[in-house]
Write a protein that binds this ligand. Structure first.
Ligand code: SF4
Length: 186
């Protein structure tokens, strides 16, 4: 898809780019769903996902809620993107890993494309960063700070609520796994 950069790209241009990048679903982001909730950060701290204090993209390294949501202020639009796939069963870790890798690769491509049009866009990732086999946290700085995108949860977003308000599913049924990210665009 070639976007004419002599005029302002529309949200539909960006969702079109996302689908071309390989995402299963893409939609305009419901900006009224961007509610930065302390209770989501409390869930991070409870470490249910085993990523708390283990990665630069997640709390506490991602910064306080006040600090991180300050970066998200002032954006008027965005898109939400998902990669969904089928599992053989609930323990099909190979397929979960494969869907996660596909999601990250598509997100890298999309962010690179959107940044050429909108350099100050703000990507929010899907959970903990998995770019490196072993994160350098906390001993050394992130190896790829230019591709370090704190998770939607690190911003205090209730991902299920953001998906539904944006017209997407959060869970596409038993036997499926879905990863969700978003990009704020000015
Ligand atoms: S890019 Fe590597 S070092 Fe940086 S947060 Fe991700 S896994 Fe950690």
């Amino acid at each position: 898809m070639i976007i004419d950069n002599t005029s302002e790209p529309t949200i539909s241009d960006f969702t079109g780019l996302a689908l071309e990048a390989g995402f299963t679903y893409a939609a305009p982001l419901a900006m009224d769903a961007l509610i930065f909730r302390p209770e989501v950060r409390s869930m991070c701290a409870a470490d249910l996902c085993k990523s708390y204090d283990k990665c630069w993209s997640c709390p506490p390294a991602a910064g306080t809620l006040e600090h991180i949501t300050g970066k998200a202020a002032g954006y008027s639009r965005g898109i939400i993107v998902q990669t969904s796939g089928k599992l053989k069963d609930d323990f099909d870790m190979a397929s979960i890993r494969d869907i996660s890798v596909r999601h990250s690769a598509c997100f890298d491509t999309l962010v690179r494309q959107i940044k050429t049009l909108k350099p100050s866009c703000l990507p929010m990732g899907a959970g903990a960063c998995t770019r490196c086999r072993r994160c350098t946290y906390p001993d050394r700085p992130c190896r790829h700070p230019d591709k370090l995108w704190p998770s939607m949860e690190a911003y205090g977003l209730l991902v299920s609520d953001v998906c539904v308000k944006s017209g997407l599913g959060y869970n596409y049924g038993s036997g499926t796994m879905t990863f969700t990210s978003c990009i704020l665009i000015d």
